[in-house]
Design a protein around this ligand. Sequence first.
Ligand code: SAH
Length: 361
Amino acid sequence: MIGEPTPLELDLIRMVEATGPIPFDRYMALCLGHPRYGYYMSRDPFGARGDFTTAPEVTQMFGEIIGIWCMQCFELMGKPQKFDLIELGPGRGTLMADLLRAACAMPEFVKSLRLRLIETSPVLRDMQKQALANAGTSATWHDSLDEVEPAATLLIANEFFDALPVLLFQRLKDGWAEFAVGLREGKLAIGLIPALHPLPAWTAGAKEGEVAEVRPAADSLGMAIGRRLAENSGAALIIDYGHGRSSLGQTLQAVRRHRPVSILDRPGESDLTAHVDFDCLVRAITTGGGRTLRLMPQGDFLHQMGLAVRAQILSRNATEAQKSDIAAAMDRVAGPKQMGQMFQILAATSPWLPCPHPFSV
Ligand code: SAH
């Protein structure tokens, strides 16, 4: 019932009482991934009735085009006999089902792939199993990328990195302080504590009052992806909303039923996301030994990969209503005022791989 504290809120209150204020990234990790009460752990958050809609849920063309990109990379990798096709946070499994359907055009690709899905939510794992039941390939599920042995890799992450926990800092007169979740009059409250974590170099010019978001989880995952690409042939495609240059300011927000709400609102029942800092991600991947390619808006990527042609083919046997749905979906995922400009695509490859279309070094 709205008004009653959520079960996670009660847990968090007990935690603060026992051990003191919780660093912000821990708060975010628990809100999203608490084994019992975490936002993703017990619900399907997608679609009109959920809290948000992602590109693969808008149109099948999204996953199909990513499939074509993967097949291209498979060729550039010299068609390895075995490779891991990895998706981080596959949601309902829609992108992967569309990708694999497109991949039927290249039987060697399907024969060589081992599907590895990185997903912590049992509810979404079940949905992924259903979505992929007829995909003609078996999959294994893992809690984190660390569980997957190094191998030739094609890795996809759509709207995954924005769900990784962030730390929040504020510049005070004498140095940095860190936001933490504590208690005020028995209720959860956000306050400042002396900074427990080190700040990266790009925060150096901050003025008093300015806020910095730092992403240790994204950094270590970026490094792990870079290492995989340095050890074996492979490529990765990371798609998310975010900024190309590390900059100060808060992008963290909470959303419930498509509306922004306060960060402390109904913990475990609201989605928490922060923009991806692609600058940091590039540094992490290259530190790990991977090569990153030039960041590209999602709309440019989709168009250069043939979105309009695919839409035309789909429209051939469609009714008038279906045709207008296809056109609207195309605009939604690629239009400059919709997801086309706001979402960015970062591609990374093994340093020795030729650069895949439509990216440049
Ligand atoms: N890629 C999907 C879903 C994006 S939502 C789409 O485009 O529709 C984020 C997904 O990542 C969900 O499947 C969620 O359960 C999963 N997830 C979030 N944090 C995770 C973590 N730390 N480890 C593994 N999976 C996580």
